[in-house]
Ligand binder design. Structure first.
Ligand code: UDP
Ligand code: MG
Length: 342
């Protein structure tokens, strides 16, 4: 039996062990990638438990909803804590990757585990920087028909000037490169089951998830929230990982750097032609034009530009090589609590 819910989401009647029970069709999974998060995990779990309980009693999500922690090869007690949480409360489930594969892969592992189990999935960081209360509004948007709900931070005052400046510059760079991005949105978002199915069809090995989501094309909505400080511990995104993620965003989603090289080549050729004409004219007028400074600067300058161009091409070639191998993005080592009923 199906009945109408707000939007076009349905209520479904299921039969459990011969007894009839009405179950909402809206199963929510909250996916939380965790890398060395033992300091925050208890607090995160207790806030998420409160949130899930409230949503279940309000009838917005089904009793089969779960929190899914993804342990990204942590070196501390994170996985032990996830197992303990799951033993205490069936609401908590976990998957452990066989080793550290980075935030985007951990997130994908969680999303793909939730796929087929959930009607909607919210992804959020473990450190409580993403305001848990925004989940309510995300679910409301889902119930009114949105397939993708972006969590967008409303201000960046809490960030250090340098972080704010580089983040804004980076969003502008992506925009200039023709990459569709939602400004001030990271990986706090809700995806419906069909958006998740669509995401699973993107096979790239180095995935910059937030650059792919706008390509899905389903109905989107935005929820703004204030991004707080990390609850405890320190950032698991050192500069090196941040730069790797940033360059993935550009090279895996845009071909513009290659066109930039062509443009640069054409400009240099035009300049060289102009210089040649100038030199011929000066020679005809009886001047010598041999100037070691100009020669040195040109050789070094052009040499530098060629190396830059080679570097850019190399980024694409290297990525194409990795994509060609098609290696798996992650392996799942263990799971906990995934096939249990509440
Ligand atoms: N994370 C992960 N694997 C990594 C690095 C980070 O799963 O290799 C997780 C981390 O536990 C957190 C999220 O990714 O839940 C975002 O990391 P963090 O909060 O340290 O980044 P920041 O907010 O400083 O950019
Ligand atoms: Mg954080």
């Amino acid at each position: 039996i199906t009945a109408d819910r707000p939007g076009n989401r349905n209520v479904r009647c299921v039969c459990v062990y011969g007894k009839k029970r009405i179950e909402l069709n809206n199963t929510l999974y909250i996916v939380v990638p965790c890398y060395n998060e033992e300091e925050v995990l208890r607090e995160t779990a207790s806030r998420l438990r409160g949130k899930m309980r409230a949503l279940i009693s309000a009838g917005k999500i089904s009793g089969g909803s779960r929190v899914l922690f993804v342990n990204d090869g942590s070196r501390d007690k994170t996985w032990e804590m996830i197992r303990a949480l799951s033993a205490e409360d069936a609401l908590f489930t976990g998957v452990a990757l066989s080793r550290n594969r980075g935030h985007q892969n951990a997130l994908l592992a969680g999303l793909m585990t939730a796929r087929g189990r959930a009607d909607m999935v919210v992804s959020m960081d473990a450190d409580l920087q993403d305001d848990v209360d925004a989940v309510d509004r995300m679910v409301d948007e889902y119930l009114s028909g949105a397939d993708v709900v972006y969590g967008v931070r409303n201000k960046r005052e809490k960030d250090a000037f340098l972080k704010r400046f580089t983040a804004e510059g980076y969003y502008k760079l992506l925009d200039a490169m023709g990459v569709e991005v939602v400004f001030n949105h990271a990986d706090y978002r809700l995806l419906s089951a069909r958006a998740l199915d669509a995401l699973s069809q993107y096979g790239e090995r180095n995935m910059f998830i937030r650059g792919i989501i706008p390509m899905l094309g389903y109905k989107t909505a935005t929820v703004t929230y204030e991004r707080g400080e990390r609850f405890a511990g320190e950032s698991k995104y050192p500069l090196k990982k941040m730069l790797a993620l940033a360059s993935d965003g550009v090279y895996s989603l845009s071909m513009k750097p290659l066109r930039f090289i062509t443009g640069l080549g054409v400009t240099l050729l035009v300049l060289a032609a102009a210089l040649l004409i100038y030199a011929i004219v000066r020679l005809c007028m009886g001047y010598t034009i041999l100037d070691w400074k100009i020669v040195t600067i040109s050789v070094w300058g052009v040499g530098g530009l060629i190396l830059l161009a080679l570097g850019i091409i190399g980024e694409y070639v290297g990525r194409a090589y990795m994509e060609l191998k098609g290696r798996p993005r992650y392996h799942i080592g263990e799971t906990v609590g995934l096939d249990r009923k509440l």
